[in-house]
Design a protein around this ligand. Sequence first.
Ligand SMILES: Cc1ncc(COP(=O)(O)O)c(C=O)c1O
Length: 477
Amino acid sequence: MAGDDGGLSTFDERLLQGVFARVWRHLGEMDDSSKPVTNSPGPEQLRAKLNLAIDREGVDIETMLADIDGYLEEAVKTSHPNFMQPLWGGTSVPAFAGEIITALTNTSMYTFEMAPVASLIEDEIIDTMSTLAGFEAGEGTFTTGGSNGNLLGLLCARDRKLPDSRREGLSGKQLVAFVSEEAHYSVEMAANVLGVGLNNLIMIECDPGGRLLPDMLAEAIAAEKRAGKQPFCVIATSGTTVRGAFDPLHEIADICHDEHLWLHVDASWGGAALLSPKTRSLLKGIERADSIAWDPHKMMGIQIICSVFLVRDKGTLRRVCRHGESGHYLLHESSTEIDLGRMSLQCARRVDAVKLWLAWRALGHEGFARRIERYLELSEILEARVREHPQLEMASEREFANVCMRFIGFGLSEAVADSVTDRIRDEILLRGRFMVTKARLDGRPIIRPVITNPLVDEAVLESLLKEIVEVGNDLST
Ligand SMILES: Cc1ncc(COP(=O)(O)O)c(C=O)c1O
């Protein structure tokens, strides 16, 4: 809204001043653990409290700032040290600065001429991450998330198996892909979207730690071939969603090599372990993958969305993302090499590389390594505290920052303990002091805090266990 002198209007100026004052306040309160993480109101309660309607005339500045206050007040405090629910959390201020400057300069990643510096930064980041993964001449792109990265992985695999499928579709061919039974649900979504079909996504049994069993994989591939189907891809997971398990990549890569199958690694969660020499062995063998999905918006703490898809052989993405010449108005022949829009399934695409680049510049490789090591050190401490606690037990071995536990109380039957465990996290959510996940493992309920927030420390973990046990005891009486 231009003012009379052509600059910002008074409304715009007051709005931005008001917003930046709130930014300082919000960031300043980030580590205040006396404040609730969530007010956890239901939708009806929230709707009654807020005025969300778009009126015929625009609102005044006071109303708009009150709207923003209403939003901030009810927002889940995802930077709060007691926020340990999803596989992300915390605020990277350099990445936030990146969000501000990319929103300020609003552009799209499709062409170099539209996003000159951002294109070079994206190249630099893709090279850096490819090198960390052990891809010597790889390429990659930023995507809308690990889900989309998994879709792209399957698409590349389909292209290798059936090079004509980009034009001809599946033409009645029954492709089958293989994935661990503990893989993320986005793989099913990808099988659906690509026309592979859910029934052609074969779930492979895992060991008790949640890692895909290579022998079972080999057997399943043989069985599908006997049934006349065409295996084309194995999706391994490095860092499963619930347990944080890492599939054995070397053994899986051996099978893929012998069977000529594409190996896609979903490292959306566990990819960050590549950042430290002390943790990267969790992904040993990743350099043998054909493609990788890796979410910096998870353990690297970059604001959502920030997700990378890497592929080992240059040229793959340009081939699978080529959809004829009808985009001549955007993607010109003269800039074929430099326009990143040719390697993406998106047209308009957010600038997501800049915030990651700023965060990485600020921390350096060593800073990121120390951060990941600290998360794993804290996870180990939490695991030890659970193991020594008489009223808690670990629900699974721990490999990463996922600490899966159950409340067992004193002398409760398994059925009662399970029912209490199932209700603990909902009660915790209502109290609003902590946020953790509830899930199921081996058919039984678990509570799963995740350590991936720089503000979490030993004291926070102690108070979380105290809360879990207190609520568990209340629910068992
Ligand atoms: C192992 C794994 N893969 C993929 C995804 C999907 O990632 P996104 O939410 O970025 O699409 C998740 C999300 O938690 C995940 O845990």
